[in-house]
Design a protein around this ligand. Sequence first.
Ligand SMILES: Nc1nnc(-c2c[nH]c3ncc(-c4c[nH]c5ccccc45)cc23)o1
Length: 333
Amino acid sequence: SEQKNYSEGVGGVQYGTVTDLLSFVNLLSNMKSTALQHLSREMGVLLNKKDMAVKKGRYQINMDVLLFPWKLTYKKHGTGLVPKGSFGKVHLAQDTVTRKRMACKLIPMENFKAADVEFQARFRHENIAELYGVLFWDQSVHLFMEAGEGGSVLEKVESCGPMREFEIIWVTKQVLRGLEYLHSHNIIHHDIKPSNIVLMSDKAALVDFGLTVQMTDDIYIPRDMRGTEMYMSPELVLCRGHDTKTDIYSLGTTIIHMQTGSPPWVSRYPRTSYPSYLYIIHMQAPPLEDIAKDCSPAMRSFLERALERDPALRSSASELLKDEAINPSREDQ
Ligand SMILES: Nc1nnc(-c2c[nH]c3ncc(-c4c[nH]c5ccccc45)cc23)o1
């Protein structure tokens, strides 16, 4: 295919394929910041022709698309770990022509990694927030994505308190479908937690692929610790190699957070006295004591399977999708 000419920003903003987007993103990651200092105009590749109206190679922030702060700066609180994740401000965005509402994540150029985009671009599923396009302007990379206008599960729990079991079941099923898809491609998300699950009117979706990796064979040997401590599995903490089952454990801890309003451990080991939970996660049995007192027996056994210490014995996403806890039979309802 003809090489689209981005170097002098001549190309401006164009509609393209996932391949075009990935080559643009790689060019961006390799460009010296000096070359990017004096661009006359925005550059980018948009996948979503239907909802994003490019005009003569222009798609200008606060002209063709408006950004409204969602005030969602993610601070990976209290881990002390240097998160490798692509954190950044997530804004609500709206195309001024099509009125389409989107999420726009601003990543400062110095924090940007191609991985932030690669997985969302290449692997599409209804329970993974869709990537609509990538735009570079004013020293920031703007990732336009499907918006979860209901906010994230963390905001929901923090504003409405512990969720009821039927709501937890609804969210858990969607997350498991997304994980089943990712895991079938040997992809580990590495940061499953309430703030990375967003709510739409008719579904929930996973976000933030900054820590995501694709395993080359059936184990991943980490070079660094990825994730958010409270939700980390024992095998990940051990740093001796792990696999997709670590996401299942993190989903288990996320369910505990949805049921009780707090992540596991913190009620028994207050954050004030425990700057790090890695040792606790390593030494203690899985946090079954933190399961909600009013948790149904079916959900309790679901959590026992999801929080199983040995990843080889831990249930997979496909197995858990068949679990009775999230497929309540008629008489249970
Ligand atoms: N870290 C990250 N990477 N990609 C996203 C993301 C993609 N689409 C989204 N839609 C909504 C929200 C969101 C999170 N908390 C909220 C509270 C209120 C309103 C909206 C939200 C976040 C996203 O987030």
